[in-house]
Design a protein around this ligand. Structure first.
Ligand SMILES: [Zn+2]
Length: 187
């Protein structure tokens, strides 16, 4: 599959087991971290819905790039590129969940500015909250146990990737909102 990918900065970084941080899930999933089905009979991870952060690096006069993560074989929609995120735990806000999951999936939470908050519905009532956040550099995200790789992509490159359905929906809706003939200008 890698031969079909566009030339982008992808930073797969296997982490020695000994250096993995101790994560809470070693003690088992927290309340809310479980499979649930929606009205369309999809299986979703997270009985309270999901949350994540879509990082954007958009300096002036340069085409914006977005950070996506390649989902590992252990999670739903494996081997697709998606917005880093995961299940909202019981009693947790979407924003707190998005921050926690980002650290788990991309290894860090860089300084960022949230510029938009979106809630996607799969069509069957399961919500995914995500925060569009600008960063000042394409920071060096590294892969964690739910992620096989991360990469920074332009919108044009995203169109050619195997995307998670949620990321595909975001891209489609975004292009619909911009209209069919606007080219690749930013924003
Ligand atoms: Zn669903």
């Amino acid at each position: 599959m890698s031969a079909a990918l566009p030339a982008v900065v992808v930073l797969p970084r296997p982490i020695p087991r000994s250096s993995l941080p101790i994560v809470s899930s070693i003690a088992g999933p927290a309340p809310g971290e479980r499979w649930t089905s929606c009205a369309l009979d999809h299986l979703h991870w997270g009985s309270n819905g999901g949350a994540g952060i879509l990082f954007r690096h958009a300096p002036a006069d340069v085409e914006p790039r977005y950070l996506l993560a390649l989902r590992s074989r252990w999670v739903d929609e494996p081997a697709t590129w998606g917005i880093p995120g995961g299940a909202i735990r019981d009693g947790e806000t979407a924003e707190d969940a998005a921050r926690r999951e980002t650290i788990e999936e991309v290894g860090q939470l860089p300084a960022h500015r949230v510029v938009d908050e979106l809630v996607q519905d799969c069509g069957g009532g399961w919500p995914f909250h995500f925060f569009l956040a600008d960063v000042d550099s394409q920071f060096d995200a590294y892969s964690q146990r739910e992620t096989d790789a991360t990469g920074w992509f332009t919108l044009a490159q995203l169109r050619d990737l195997p995307l998670h359905p949620g990321a595909r929906r975001w891209l489609d809706e975004r292009e619909e909102a911009r209209g069919p003939s606007r080219g690749h200008t930013s924003q």
